[in-house]
Design a binder for this molecule. Structure first.
Ligand code: GLY
Length: 432
């Protein structure tokens, strides 16, 4: 099988790595890929949102399956164009990707499907925003309706900050914001593969969105993740499949926009049960790096089954029971104004730590052939070990061997879980 991966981050490096390890795969191509992906795949230049280019490459290279990493090509209709060309594609249509592309659309689908989520107000004027914020109270949750590359959501106790973010979103063309009730409880990411009808869940993971230790500072694309979640309720996955993923997939099908790809269910485990915080139409980054590090079933067959409507024929997935931790190495001044162009060293030494592999995100090779930083999140350092404390130790030991001037990591990735300190909120007591 020849597989083309679209994208250039550490998530795509993880996908390409797992695909390259699948004995059924003859060759992995990436468009555009990155210097790390180039170590195991043939990288081709170009814009992954250019549907005509992707179809041309897939045809001329004899590609059997296109795997779409980020959301932008999905929203641009690349998966539709690939399928129209008669080539299998893992990734939803542009219409179905609106589950991620429009928060208001996602809320509408959730309401129709009876999916448990936060109450929401869709606002198009400052007056509606003020009324909604007054109704929800603090902490305020303000989400830009459209795609915002991880910068569209503000959660704050500061009313002025909430109003300011909403005003910025409203000022954009067609501006709409969604104001939601705040959901308490630990967050979980569950990736649900669907072929438009059937659904198969991967093991859950947890990511760390704020830049600073103890969930402080601004939101980022994600500073780290771990899997599995030993503290999560045993019936979490079946419950989310039954209450969230399957009803959503059925609702999308009923609307004539079947969802084939990965439905990323972002959940809060609240005192009244799991509630959906957000849907995405793609794998999460940095969680995917930990989930795929533990998936033993060869990946290509799984993604091709989803692309072809054959998930019902797939045997149960097999998992490495050990723990995986991903610590993201971020560039100086990330997320505000990341510095780029600094030399990166120590990756080989980092990979000498047992159980560790290093995935590239914002990296490039300069004119002298030196590996340099080229984005905010530069590397994902992934460790697999017998338990979470050991996986953390290995990941941080490896991070310590990376040389990148001014770089920073969060020191507390998976720390609470490793110490048994992730608490689920108590269920509300029944009224007497
Ligand atoms: N882990 C957050 C995201 O992928 O959007």
């Amino acid at each position: 099988m020849v597989i083309l991966v679209l994208g250039s981050g550490a998530r795509e490096h993880a996908l390409a790595r797992s695909l390259a390890l699948d004995p059924a795969v003859d060759e992995v191509l990436a468009l555009p890929g990155n210097p790390g992906i180039a170590g195991l795949a043939r990288c081709l230049p170009g814009d992954p949102t250019d549907a005509a280019l992707v179809v041309h490459v897939a045809r001329t290279e004899g590609v059997d399956l296109v795997v779409v990493g980020p959301e932008a090509p999905l929203v641009a209709g690349v998966a539709d164009a690939v399928r129209d060309a008669g080539i299998d594609c893992f990734g939803p249509s542009a219409q179905a990707a609106r589950l991620e592309g429009s928060k208001a659309f996602a809320k509408d689908v959730m309401a129709a499907a009876g999916v448990p989520t936060a109450a929401a107000h869709v606002c198009t004027t400052p007056e509606q925003v003020a009324a909604a914020l007054s109704a929800t109270g603090a902490p305020y949750v303000v989400k830009e309706d459209g795609l915002a590359a991880g910068k569209g959501v503000v959660v704050t106790d500061d009313l002025a900050e909430a109003l300011e973010h909403a005003a910025i979103c409203l000022a954009r063309e067609g501006g709409r914001v969604v104001i939601e009730d705040y959901l308490d409880g630990p967050e979980v990411s569950l990736f649900c593969l669907s072929d438009g009808t059937d659904v198969v869940a991967l093991d859950p993971a947890q990511d760390f969105k704020r830049v600073g230790e103890g969930d402080t500072g601004p939101n980022t694309g994600g500073m780290g993740a771990y899997s599995p979640l030993a503290w999560a309720p045993e019936d979490l996955v079946p419950e989310v499949l039954a209450q969230v993923a399957r009803p959503t997939i059925a609702e999308m099908s009923a609307r004539g926009m079947p969802f084939a790809g990965v439905l990323y269910v972002g959940l809060a485990l609240t005192s009244t049960g799991p509630r959906v915080v957000e849907f995405n139409a793609r794998f999460g980054d940095p969680e995917t790096q930990t989930v795929l590090a533990r998936l033993r079933t060869p990946l290509a067959g799984v993604l091709r089954a989803a692309a072809r409507g054959e998930l019902a024929t797939l045997p149960p997935l097999e998992w490495d029971p050990r723990s995986a931790v991903n610590v993201v190495v971020a560039a100086e001044h990330y997320p505000a104004t990341p510095t780029t162009g600094d030399a990166i060293g120590g990756i080989e030494r980092a990979e000498e730590v047992e159980g560790v592999h290093v995935l590239h995100a914002g990296t490039a090779t300069d004119e002298t052939g030196t590996l340099v930083s080229a984005g905010g999140r530069v590397l994902s350092v992934v460790a697999v070990a017998d338990d979470l404390p050991r996986a953390r130790d290995a990941a941080y030991a490896a991070v310590g061997r990376i040389d990148l001037r001014g770089s920073h990591t969060r020191p507390d990735i998976a720390l609470a879980a490793a110490q048994g300190g992730v608490d689920l909120p108590d269920e509300p007591r029944a009224e007497a």
